[in-house]
Design a binder for this molecule. Sequence first.
Ligand code: NDP
Length: 275
Amino acid sequence: MHSSSEWLVFHKVPNLVPLIGHQKAKEKKVTKLNKKVALVTGGSRGIGAAIAKRLAADGASVAITYAKDANAASAVVEAIERDGGRAIAIQADAANVEAVKGAVEKVFATFGPLDVLVNNAGTAIPKAFEETTLEEMDRVIDINVRGVFVTTQAALKHMNDGGRIIMIGSAVGERVQVPGLVPYSATKGAVKIFTQALSRELGSRNITVNNVQPGPIDTDLNPAAGDWAVPQKAATALNRYGRVDDIASMVAFVAGPESSYITGANLTVDGGMNA
Ligand code: NDP
Protein backbone atom coordinates (compact mmCIF):
# COMPACT_ATOMS: atom_id res chain seq x y z
CA MET A 1 0.00 0.00 0.00
CA HIS A 2 1.27 3.49 -0.84
CA SER A 3 0.97 6.27 1.71
CA SER A 4 -0.53 9.61 0.70
CA SER A 5 2.91 11.21 1.06
CA GLU A 6 3.89 9.26 -2.04
CA TRP A 7 1.54 11.36 -4.21
CA LEU A 8 4.47 13.61 -5.06
CA VAL A 9 4.05 16.90 -6.84
CA PHE A 10 6.96 18.73 -8.47
CA HIS A 11 6.55 22.19 -9.87
CA LYS A 12 8.12 23.40 -13.05
CA VAL A 13 10.76 26.10 -12.73
CA PRO A 14 10.48 27.76 -16.16
CA ASN A 15 13.66 29.90 -15.90
CA LEU A 16 15.85 26.88 -15.24
CA VAL A 17 14.50 24.64 -17.97
CA PRO A 18 16.73 25.92 -20.81
CA LEU A 19 19.80 25.64 -18.56
CA ILE A 20 19.38 22.19 -17.11
CA GLY A 21 18.61 20.36 -20.32
CA HIS A 22 15.88 18.05 -21.52
CA GLN A 23 16.26 15.21 -19.00
CA LYS A 24 16.30 17.51 -15.99
CA ALA A 25 13.29 19.36 -17.37
CA LYS A 26 11.40 16.05 -17.44
CA GLU A 27 12.17 15.49 -13.76
CA LYS A 28 10.67 18.86 -12.93
CA LYS A 29 7.26 18.15 -14.48
CA VAL A 30 4.19 17.45 -12.39
CA THR A 31 4.18 13.80 -11.35
CA LYS A 32 1.01 13.37 -9.32
CA LEU A 33 0.97 9.64 -10.04
CA ASN A 34 4.62 8.95 -9.26
CA LYS A 35 5.08 5.24 -8.30
CA LYS A 36 1.48 4.46 -9.24
CA VAL A 37 0.49 1.62 -11.57
CA ALA A 38 -2.42 2.07 -13.98
CA LEU A 39 -4.26 -0.28 -16.34
CA VAL A 40 -6.28 1.29 -19.17
CA THR A 41 -8.42 -1.14 -21.14
CA GLY A 42 -8.78 -0.34 -24.84
CA GLY A 43 -5.83 2.03 -24.62
CA SER A 44 -4.48 1.74 -28.16
CA ARG A 45 -6.68 4.35 -29.86
CA GLY A 46 -9.15 7.15 -29.17
CA ILE A 47 -10.07 8.10 -25.63
CA GLY A 48 -8.12 5.22 -24.05
CA ALA A 49 -4.87 6.17 -25.78
CA ALA A 50 -5.23 9.77 -24.57
CA ILE A 51 -5.89 8.54 -21.02
CA ALA A 52 -2.87 6.21 -21.10
CA LYS A 53 -0.56 8.99 -22.29
CA ARG A 54 -1.91 11.45 -19.75
CA LEU A 55 -1.57 9.05 -16.77
CA ALA A 56 1.99 8.26 -17.91
CA ALA A 57 2.76 11.99 -18.17
CA ASP A 58 1.52 12.31 -14.60
CA GLY A 59 4.07 9.69 -13.55
CA ALA A 60 2.23 6.35 -13.57
CA SER A 61 3.54 3.13 -15.09
CA VAL A 62 0.80 2.30 -17.58
CA ALA A 63 -0.45 -0.96 -19.09
CA ILE A 64 -2.90 -0.83 -21.97
CA THR A 65 -5.01 -3.59 -23.46
CA TYR A 66 -6.29 -3.79 -27.02
CA ALA A 67 -8.27 -6.26 -29.10
CA LYS A 68 -6.97 -6.15 -32.68
CA ASP A 69 -4.58 -3.39 -33.62
CA ALA A 70 -1.12 -4.30 -32.28
CA ASN A 71 0.55 -1.51 -34.27
CA ALA A 72 -1.62 1.16 -32.72
CA ALA A 73 -0.92 -0.29 -29.25
CA SER A 74 2.85 -0.30 -29.89
CA ALA A 75 2.66 3.33 -31.04
CA VAL A 76 1.11 4.34 -27.71
CA VAL A 77 3.79 2.46 -25.75
CA GLU A 78 6.56 4.05 -27.85
CA ALA A 79 5.10 7.54 -27.39
CA ILE A 80 5.03 7.06 -23.61
CA GLU A 81 8.58 5.67 -23.54
CA ARG A 82 9.85 8.53 -25.74
CA ASP A 83 8.58 10.91 -23.07
CA GLY A 84 10.46 9.00 -20.37
CA GLY A 85 7.53 6.93 -19.10
CA ARG A 86 6.98 3.18 -18.59
CA ALA A 87 4.32 1.29 -20.53
CA ILE A 88 3.33 -2.13 -21.83
CA ALA A 89 0.61 -3.28 -24.24
CA ILE A 90 -1.29 -6.55 -23.84
CA GLN A 91 -3.70 -8.07 -26.30
CA ALA A 92 -6.88 -8.96 -24.39
CA ASP A 93 -10.37 -8.78 -25.84
CA ALA A 94 -12.63 -7.47 -23.08
CA ALA A 95 -15.17 -10.14 -24.02
CA ASN A 96 -12.66 -12.94 -23.36
CA VAL A 97 -12.63 -13.70 -19.63
CA GLU A 98 -9.38 -15.69 -19.61
CA ALA A 99 -7.58 -13.07 -21.71
CA VAL A 100 -8.69 -10.32 -19.33
CA LYS A 101 -7.58 -12.26 -16.26
CA GLY A 102 -4.25 -13.02 -17.94
CA ALA A 103 -3.76 -9.34 -18.77
CA VAL A 104 -4.27 -8.28 -15.15
CA GLU A 105 -1.80 -10.96 -13.98
CA LYS A 106 0.73 -9.67 -16.50
CA VAL A 107 0.37 -6.10 -15.26
CA PHE A 108 0.91 -7.31 -11.68
CA ALA A 109 3.94 -9.39 -12.69
CA THR A 110 5.48 -6.48 -14.63
CA PHE A 111 4.72 -3.41 -12.52
CA GLY A 112 3.40 -4.77 -9.18
CA PRO A 113 0.03 -4.02 -7.53
CA LEU A 114 -2.42 -1.73 -9.31
CA ASP A 115 -3.41 1.72 -8.12
CA VAL A 116 -5.66 2.81 -11.00
CA LEU A 117 -7.99 0.83 -13.27
CA VAL A 118 -9.66 2.63 -16.17
CA ASN A 119 -12.41 0.53 -17.74
CA ASN A 120 -12.39 2.26 -21.12
CA ALA A 121 -12.78 -0.56 -23.67
CA GLY A 122 -16.22 -0.31 -25.17
CA THR A 123 -18.10 -0.45 -28.42
CA ALA A 124 -21.31 0.66 -30.06
CA ILE A 125 -23.17 -0.81 -33.03
CA PRO A 126 -25.44 2.04 -34.07
CA LYS A 127 -28.65 0.91 -35.79
CA ALA A 128 -32.40 0.75 -35.23
CA PHE A 129 -33.25 -1.52 -32.30
CA GLU A 130 -35.74 -3.55 -34.33
CA GLU A 131 -32.96 -4.44 -36.78
CA THR A 132 -30.35 -5.27 -34.14
CA THR A 133 -29.38 -8.95 -34.09
CA LEU A 134 -28.96 -11.03 -30.96
CA GLU A 135 -25.28 -11.43 -31.85
CA GLU A 136 -24.84 -7.64 -31.95
CA MET A 137 -26.62 -7.22 -28.62
CA ASP A 138 -24.43 -9.91 -27.04
CA ARG A 139 -21.25 -8.29 -28.36
CA VAL A 140 -22.13 -4.88 -26.89
CA ILE A 141 -23.15 -6.41 -23.54
CA ASP A 142 -20.06 -8.67 -23.40
CA ILE A 143 -17.60 -5.80 -23.93
CA ASN A 144 -19.36 -2.89 -22.22
CA VAL A 145 -20.81 -4.68 -19.19
CA ARG A 146 -19.46 -8.20 -18.66
CA GLY A 147 -15.94 -7.06 -19.65
CA VAL A 148 -16.13 -4.26 -17.07
CA PHE A 149 -17.29 -6.68 -14.36
CA VAL A 150 -14.60 -9.26 -15.12
CA THR A 151 -11.76 -6.73 -15.45
CA THR A 152 -12.73 -5.00 -12.23
CA GLN A 153 -12.94 -8.26 -10.29
CA ALA A 154 -9.56 -9.41 -11.58
CA ALA A 155 -7.96 -6.02 -10.87
CA LEU A 156 -9.34 -5.86 -7.33
CA LYS A 157 -7.33 -8.97 -6.44
CA HIS A 158 -4.16 -6.97 -7.05
CA MET A 159 -5.21 -3.42 -6.19
CA ASN A 160 -3.66 -1.40 -3.40
CA ASP A 161 -5.95 0.07 -0.77
CA GLY A 162 -6.57 3.71 -1.67
CA GLY A 163 -6.83 2.80 -5.36
CA ARG A 164 -9.05 4.27 -8.06
CA ILE A 165 -11.51 2.49 -10.33
CA ILE A 166 -12.73 4.67 -13.17
CA MET A 167 -15.35 3.69 -15.74
CA ILE A 168 -15.77 5.34 -19.11
CA GLY A 169 -19.53 5.34 -19.30
CA SER A 170 -21.38 7.72 -21.59
CA ALA A 171 -23.57 10.81 -21.53
CA VAL A 172 -26.26 8.53 -23.01
CA GLY A 173 -26.15 6.58 -19.75
CA GLU A 174 -27.87 9.69 -18.31
CA ARG A 175 -30.24 10.79 -21.04
CA VAL A 176 -30.52 9.60 -24.63
CA GLN A 177 -30.72 12.40 -27.21
CA VAL A 178 -30.47 10.45 -30.47
CA PRO A 179 -31.98 7.23 -31.89
CA GLY A 180 -29.86 4.23 -32.91
CA LEU A 181 -28.11 3.54 -29.61
CA VAL A 182 -30.58 1.43 -27.66
CA PRO A 183 -28.45 -1.53 -26.42
CA TYR A 184 -25.39 0.73 -26.11
CA SER A 185 -27.25 3.23 -23.91
CA ALA A 186 -28.60 0.40 -21.77
CA THR A 187 -25.06 -0.93 -21.20
CA LYS A 188 -23.84 2.54 -20.16
CA GLY A 189 -26.79 2.82 -17.77
CA ALA A 190 -25.64 -0.50 -16.29
CA VAL A 191 -22.10 0.85 -15.94
CA LYS A 192 -23.49 3.85 -14.06
CA ILE A 193 -25.31 1.78 -11.44
CA PHE A 194 -22.40 -0.69 -11.26
CA THR A 195 -20.20 2.27 -10.30
CA GLN A 196 -22.55 3.44 -7.58
CA ALA A 197 -23.08 -0.03 -6.13
CA LEU A 198 -19.38 -0.94 -6.16
CA SER A 199 -18.43 2.29 -4.39
CA ARG A 200 -20.50 1.05 -1.42
CA GLU A 201 -18.41 -2.12 -1.16
CA LEU A 202 -14.95 -0.61 -1.62
CA GLY A 203 -15.13 2.37 0.70
CA SER A 204 -13.72 0.23 3.49
CA ARG A 205 -10.56 -0.23 1.40
CA ASN A 206 -10.49 3.50 0.63
CA ILE A 207 -10.84 2.63 -3.06
CA THR A 208 -12.93 5.16 -4.97
CA VAL A 209 -15.17 4.15 -7.88
CA ASN A 210 -16.31 6.77 -10.38
CA ASN A 211 -17.87 6.92 -13.82
CA VAL A 212 -16.68 9.49 -16.36
CA GLN A 213 -19.45 10.03 -18.92
CA PRO A 214 -18.26 11.54 -22.21
CA GLY A 215 -20.51 13.31 -24.65
CA PRO A 216 -19.61 13.17 -28.36
CA ILE A 217 -15.84 12.87 -28.63
CA ASP A 218 -14.05 12.80 -31.99
CA THR A 219 -12.64 9.25 -32.37
CA ASP A 220 -12.79 6.36 -34.85
CA LEU A 221 -15.90 5.16 -32.99
CA ASN A 222 -17.68 8.51 -33.26
CA PRO A 223 -16.07 10.74 -35.92
CA ALA A 224 -16.95 14.44 -35.73
CA ALA A 225 -17.44 14.55 -39.50
CA GLY A 226 -20.40 13.00 -41.33
CA ASP A 227 -24.20 12.73 -41.04
CA TRP A 228 -24.17 10.78 -37.77
CA ALA A 229 -22.32 13.67 -36.07
CA VAL A 230 -24.82 16.40 -36.95
CA PRO A 231 -27.58 15.66 -34.38
CA GLN A 232 -25.02 14.85 -31.67
CA LYS A 233 -23.23 18.16 -32.12
CA ALA A 234 -26.57 19.99 -32.15
CA ALA A 235 -27.57 18.31 -28.86
CA THR A 236 -24.62 19.87 -27.01
CA ALA A 237 -24.81 23.34 -25.45
CA LEU A 238 -21.41 24.18 -26.96
CA ASN A 239 -22.47 23.01 -30.45
CA ARG A 240 -19.30 21.02 -30.97
CA TYR A 241 -17.62 17.68 -30.39
CA GLY A 242 -15.14 17.27 -27.56
CA ARG A 243 -11.53 16.08 -27.82
CA VAL A 244 -10.01 12.95 -26.32
CA ASP A 245 -7.91 15.14 -24.01
CA ASP A 246 -11.10 16.58 -22.47
CA ILE A 247 -11.81 13.09 -21.12
CA ALA A 248 -8.19 12.32 -20.23
CA SER A 249 -8.08 15.47 -18.08
CA MET A 250 -11.08 14.39 -16.04
CA VAL A 251 -9.71 10.85 -15.66
CA ALA A 252 -6.35 12.25 -14.52
CA PHE A 253 -8.13 14.32 -11.89
CA VAL A 254 -10.16 11.35 -10.63
CA ALA A 255 -7.01 9.18 -10.62
CA GLY A 256 -5.02 11.76 -8.68
CA PRO A 257 -4.68 12.84 -5.07
CA GLU A 258 -7.10 15.79 -5.23
CA SER A 259 -10.21 13.65 -5.76
CA SER A 260 -9.98 11.42 -2.69
CA TYR A 261 -13.47 12.35 -1.39
CA ILE A 262 -15.22 11.70 -4.72
CA THR A 263 -16.73 8.23 -5.04
CA GLY A 264 -19.85 6.68 -6.54
CA ALA A 265 -20.09 9.74 -8.79
CA ASN A 266 -21.14 10.05 -12.42
CA LEU A 267 -19.03 12.82 -13.89
CA THR A 268 -20.40 14.10 -17.16
CA VAL A 269 -17.99 15.67 -19.68
CA ASP A 270 -20.39 16.29 -22.54
CA GLY A 271 -20.33 19.91 -23.72
CA GLY A 272 -23.68 20.39 -22.02
CA MET A 273 -25.49 17.55 -23.78
CA ASN A 274 -27.35 16.75 -20.56
CA ALA A 275 -27.93 20.36 -19.49
P1 NDP B 1 -12.46 3.78 -30.34
O1 NDP B 1 -13.22 2.77 -31.13
O2 NDP B 1 -11.94 4.97 -31.02
O3 NDP B 1 -11.26 3.04 -29.56
C1 NDP B 1 -11.57 1.87 -28.87
C2 NDP B 1 -10.35 1.33 -28.18
O4 NDP B 1 -10.75 0.19 -27.43
C3 NDP B 1 -9.28 0.87 -29.13
O5 NDP B 1 -8.03 0.99 -28.47
C4 NDP B 1 -9.64 -0.60 -29.35
O6 NDP B 1 -8.52 -1.42 -29.69
C5 NDP B 1 -10.13 -0.97 -27.97
N1 NDP B 1 -11.12 -2.03 -28.01
C6 NDP B 1 -12.22 -2.12 -28.79
N2 NDP B 1 -12.88 -3.25 -28.53
C7 NDP B 1 -12.17 -3.89 -27.55
C8 NDP B 1 -12.32 -5.12 -26.88
N3 NDP B 1 -13.32 -5.93 -27.16
N4 NDP B 1 -11.40 -5.44 -25.95
C9 NDP B 1 -10.35 -4.64 -25.67
N5 NDP B 1 -10.16 -3.47 -26.29
C10 NDP B 1 -11.04 -3.11 -27.23
O7 NDP B 1 -13.47 4.19 -29.15
P2 NDP B 1 -13.54 5.53 -28.26
O8 NDP B 1 -12.19 5.95 -27.88
O9 NDP B 1 -14.46 6.47 -28.93
O10 NDP B 1 -14.35 4.96 -26.99
C11 NDP B 1 -13.71 4.58 -25.79
C12 NDP B 1 -14.77 4.47 -24.70
O11 NDP B 1 -15.45 5.73 -24.57
C13 NDP B 1 -15.85 3.43 -24.97
O12 NDP B 1 -16.21 2.80 -23.76
C14 NDP B 1 -17.01 4.27 -25.47
O13 NDP B 1 -18.25 3.65 -25.25
C15 NDP B 1 -16.83 5.52 -24.63
N6 NDP B 1 -17.50 6.69 -25.17
C16 NDP B 1 -17.09 7.24 -26.37
C17 NDP B 1 -17.72 8.35 -26.85
C18 NDP B 1 -17.34 9.01 -28.13
O14 NDP B 1 -18.07 9.90 -28.57
N7 NDP B 1 -16.24 8.65 -28.75
C19 NDP B 1 -18.84 8.97 -26.13
C20 NDP B 1 -19.18 8.32 -24.89
C21 NDP B 1 -18.51 7.23 -24.44
P3 NDP B 1 -8.49 -2.28 -31.06
O15 NDP B 1 -8.31 -1.31 -32.18
O16 NDP B 1 -7.32 -3.20 -30.92
O17 NDP B 1 -9.78 -3.01 -31.14
